[in-house]
Design a protein around this ligand. Sequence first.
Ligand SMILES: Nc1nc2c(c(=O)[nH]1)N[C@H]1C(S)=C(S)[C@@H](COP(=O)(O)O)O[C@H]1N2
Ligand SMILES: [Mo]
Length: 307
Amino acid sequence: MLIRKPDDIPSSEITPESMYLNRRKFISTASGLAAAALVPGSLAACAADNDSQQPLADKLTPYEDVTRYNNFYEFGLDKGDPQKRSGGFRTRPWTVTVDGLVKKPGSYAFDDLIRQHQVVDRTYRLRCVEAWSMVIPAAGDSAGGGNPPRGATPAAKFVEFTTVLRPAEMPGQRRAVLDWPYTEGLRMDEAVHPLTLLATGLYGRPMPNQNGAPIRLVVPWKYGFKSIKSIVRIRFTESQPQTAWNESAPDEYGFYANVNPEVDHPRWSQARERRIGELRRRPTLPFNGYADQVAGLYQGMDLRRFY
Ligand SMILES: Nc1nc2c(c(=O)[nH]1)N[C@H]1C(S)=C(S)[C@@H](COP(=O)(O)O)O[C@H]1N2
Ligand SMILES: [Mo]
């Protein structure tokens, strides 16, 4: 299925939930982005593992909720602001710079990166630190198959991501709520974990502005704030990068930010969550339910200290 403009897609044609479960597919030119190509040489490495995720049985959160209730502080602090205020945000042309500890630093036009390539298309649980959660079908490139990208130098141990800085189009950036531009970071093994997605699509459509168009991260075992939106820079580093939330409130937001029901946020419990659209709160699962796939990354680490 080609990804088309939302207006082109009659609702009857939106792929049913079952088709999003644990599958991968090839899509052709103009239908997606070789996000993995951002890191030269990583494409081949990511072919192996994309099917390792178990299917999610969770019911999908309706598209209307996913796109009307979320956080994207560049457009304001209210959950409705991203949808209401992102209409004028221009996502073309779009350039992503890849630099730091890479063999060939460079800038890439988003549309030039479109190739015939493999795109994963999966259902993800996302859990915000504010104790709401949702289940979304997202498409994009798995950032890797577990190995560091061949384009990175051996010294690269972390990956830093940066959101676009465009206060003229992003009203939230005109106030010093965070130290703009928003930045996030992952350890290399987290960044190349098969569950990590550089997402360019949602519900079979291009990523909506309010959800981080044209390219954003999805790291489903971590709190939502690690899933940085509207990425313009990917930088490989030797030491742990600074991140926007960690910088603004280090006691509340750590670098790792793994979903952990047993460690309270300083101002509220993380033991339960409200799935958007549901009334009764449900227990939060360690690593957001992905423990079998990611707990091993943190073996031997004290997760209360590295929160
Ligand atoms: N650039 C940027 N990325 C961001 C945010 C933000 O304010 N700015 N909010 C984060 C938070 S707190 C959450 S919960 C998720 C929400 O993602 P969603 O739009 O898929 O619900 O985006 C994250 N990515
Ligand atoms: Mo969040």
